[in-house]
Design a protein around this ligand. Structure first.
Ligand SMILES: Cc1cc2nc3c(=O)[nH]c(=O)nc-3n(C[C@H](O)[C@H](O)[C@H](O)COP(=O)(O)OP(=O)(O)OC[C@H]3O[C@@H](n4cnc5c(N)ncnc54)[C@H](O)[C@@H]3O)c2cc1C
Length: 411
């Protein structure tokens, strides 16, 4: 049997679709096979907790490419069929329908899955997770029927879902183990902003609580019981307690894994013909000098483009500053940079925090590690330049709105 010349992509989400697009843009004219376990063609997830959930965006708006794009670009799209195994020695992937596909290079773009709640009653009807378009449809329908919703977890998904529920006129209680929302990502100073935002919009926020049981009857959720015995009644329960990378295929194939598929700056795994990008990849970041796994849209958009080029033999190193954004009520935010939990010694605010029009900077030893602009626009590129520069910044000048950010970034 002659070796396959196909470039195979496992996982047909944003990362998989972007890799296929880049292979063609870079002139690769061999077979490209994009395999996804969902019946849907590749789509973007951010609208599922925002405009699509709010009923403001059409379904067609969530897809990465028009339906005709795949055939037009010679990309063989195999949907609704999971990849069940990789045979690195034979350079083959196995599919759930029993077929095998040979590859010259393989990209793992299998994303991540919501962490499941493990308490009694967690499998009741009305306990909902948000990852796929069908989940968003189900939650939207639940908001229409419900008068009270409990949201477990005050991370990005929990907060955005809570905002959508409030927009639908539903009473919302958020239950969170930590003392503030988004505490691990933002730290106390900036996390307060999101707590007051939701309080002002009528959300009942309960921090420092431990969920012990989903209550209800006849297999339907009716509320949430906490370890302290307190109880919150709810017609539906949305769970947003984090995600885990879908790295099982890589693990079973003997690749190096650990909080994702471990890849180098070229997005290459411990097998030289297998790459990974998007939520599933824990990639070496040259500027940070360590491996990081980024669970955000911009990473799923850009990293697979670098992976595709690396698969074609180009000399690439993926070193973009991590970036993400959120929209909740009338708050729009962009965050650029990377800070380990507790990995900063100072937060500097520029602007009006009360009115939620400001930029926050996280510093360590005077160096700007990250910046977040809230309801202030067209500054993220400058913040990224500042973070990338690695230089120290005078906190007083950072806080002073009369000092141009461009000046601080060294432009
Ligand atoms: C509701 C929601 C809102 C979000 N909002 C934001 C936001 O506002 N800002 C932001 O920066 N980020 C946001 N994100 C995160 C962002 O959407 C993700 O980082 C991005 O979708 C990751 O893309 P991916 O292609 O790596 O993974 P995915 O989108 O998960 O795609 C991977 C695909 O691979 C499939 N797959 C898995 N295993 C297999 C297998 N064995 N065989 C075949 N296929 C397989 C999966 O089913 C999936 O279709 C949001 C995420 C969600 C869920």
């Amino acid at each position: 049997m002659s070796p396959s010349s196909a470039y195979v992509i496992a996982g047909a989400g944003l990362a998989g679709a972007k890799a296929a697009e880049t292979l063609r843009e870079e002139g690769f004219d061999g077979p490209v096979v994009l395999i996804g376990d969902e019946a849907e063609r590749p789509s973007e997830r951010p609208p599922l907790s925002k405009d699509y959930l709010l009923g403001k965006a059409e379904r067609e708006a969530i897809y990465v490419h028009p339906a005709s794009w795949y055939a037009d670009n010679g990309v063989e799209l195999r949907l609704g069929v999971p990849v069940t195994g990789i045979d690195p020695a034979a350079h083959e992937v196995r599919l759930a329908d029993g077929s095998r596909i040979g590859y010259a290079k393989l990209l793992l773009a299998t994303g991540s899955s919501p962490r499941r709640l493990r308490v009694p009653g967690a499998d009741a009807d009305g306990v909902l997770y948000l990852r796929r378009v069908a989940d968003s449809d189900q939650i939207k329908a639940a908001f229409q029927a419900a008068s009270r919703v409990a949201v477990i977890g005050a991370g990005w998904i929990g907060l955005e879902t809570a905002a959508a529920a409030r927009a639908a006129g539903v009473e919302v209680t958020i239950l969170e183990t930590a003392e503030l929302p988004l505490l691990r990502v933002l730290g106390t100073e900036a996390a307060q902003v999101f707590a007051s935002l939701h309080r002002e919009h009528g959300v009942d926020l309960r921090f420092g609580v431990q969920v012990s049981e989903i209550t209800g009857s006849a297999g339907r959720a009716g509320g949430v019981r906490m370890a302290d015995g307190s109880h919150v009644e709810a017609d539906a329960v949305v769970v947003g307690v984090g995600i885990t990378p879908n790295s099982q295929l890589a693990e079973a194939a003997g690749l190096e894994t650990g909080n994702g598929v471990v890849v180098d700056a070229r997005l290459r795994s411990s097998d030289p013909d297998i790459y990974a990008a998007g939520d599933v990849a824990r990639a070496y970041h040259p500027a940070l000098g360590r491996h990081i796994r980024v669970e955000h849209w911009a990473n799923a958009l850009n990293q697979p483009q670098a992976a595709a080029r690396a698969m074609l033999g180009q000399d690439v190193a993926y070193d973009r500053v991590p970036y993400f954004y959120t929209d909740q009520y009338d708050l729009g935010m962009e965050y650029a940079g990377y800070v380990e939990p507790g990995g900063y010694d100072q937060v500097v605010f520029r602007g009006d925090v009360e009115r939620r029009e400001f930029v926050a900077f996280w510093l360590s030893g005077g160096r700007v590690l990250a910046g977040m602009n809230v309801n202030i626009w067209d500054v993220s590129d400058t913040i990224q330049a500042l973070v990338r520069s690695g230089r120290t910044a005078d906190p007083d000048r950072l806080a002073d709105p009369s000092v141009l950010l461009d000046e601080l970034a060294g432009d």
